[in-house]
Design a protein around this ligand. Structure first.
Ligand SMILES: C[S@@+](CC[C@H](N)C(=O)[O-])C[C@H]1O[C@@H](n2cnc3c(N)ncnc32)[C@H](O)[C@@H]1O
Length: 188
């Protein structure tokens, strides 16, 4: 399947933009617990792909509990450092592993996770098929991916094209959760 070059950007959200990703307005708009709770259980391993400064990483760590694990992956070391600092302040470091991705790969073990979150990040990745194949491989049988894209940056047609690419990677849409200012799909 052909990549849609019109929605690809060769630029990622800069690390100094992280204040916009975690502020009181966003906390009102995107309640991480409410968004993630239906999909994550105690003791599971959850991936936060393109975790940024950790807006969803810490709540995920709360949901998987002491026996669970969150693997937070990002391209940018500065984002990972911010997320790590927050995790440390919250006392959640023991249940989070931080991992730096390269543009070519997430560096995940096959079958390592029960759940994956890709929130407002897939539109930043030029090789969506490659990314989604890596997520598919990282999920255990029955594992699910919550893919959420920003409505301000991604048009509906482009989102549907991304879901076609996901289908080409073996990930099928299970449902279409409602997430404010976003387009979202749960895939398995
Ligand atoms: C708009 S931010 C969203 C951060 C976070 N998911 C949130 O919702 O607050 C997108 C993040 O994805 C990361 N990113 C972009 N391309 C990536 C890739 N190929 N692998 C891993 N992370 C990537 C960026 O570095 C950035 O931190």
């Amino acid at each position: 399947m052909q990549e849609n070059k019109t929605v690809s950007r060769d630029r990622v959200c800069p690390w100094w933009f992280s204040g916009v990703l975690d502020n009181p307005l966003r906390r009102w708009l995107h309640k991480p617990q409410a968004i993630l709770e239906p999909y994550v259980r105690l003791g599971q391993t959850a991936l936060d792909i393109g975790c940024g400064p950790g807006y969803f990483t810490l709540p995920l760590a709360g949901l998987v509990g002491e026996q669970g694990l969150v693997i937070a992956v990002d391209l940018q070391q500065q984002m990972l450092e911010q997320a790590r600092r927050r995790a440390e302040q919250a006392g959640l470091l023991p249940r989070i592993r931080f991992q730096q991705a390269s543009p070519g790969g997430l560096g995940l073990e096959p079958g390592c996770a029960d759940f994956a979150l890709a929130f407002w990040m897939v539109h930043e990745v030029p090789d969506k098929l490659g990314l989604l194949r890596q997520v598919r491989d990282a999920l255990r049988p029955g594992g699910r991916l919550l893919l959420v894209e920003p409505l301000l940056e991604v048009q509906r047609g482009d989102f549907e094209h991304t879901l076609e690419i996901a289908s080409g990677a073996g990930l099928q849409v299970l449902s279409r959760p409602q997430v404010r200012f976003s387009l979202a799909a749960l895939l398995a």
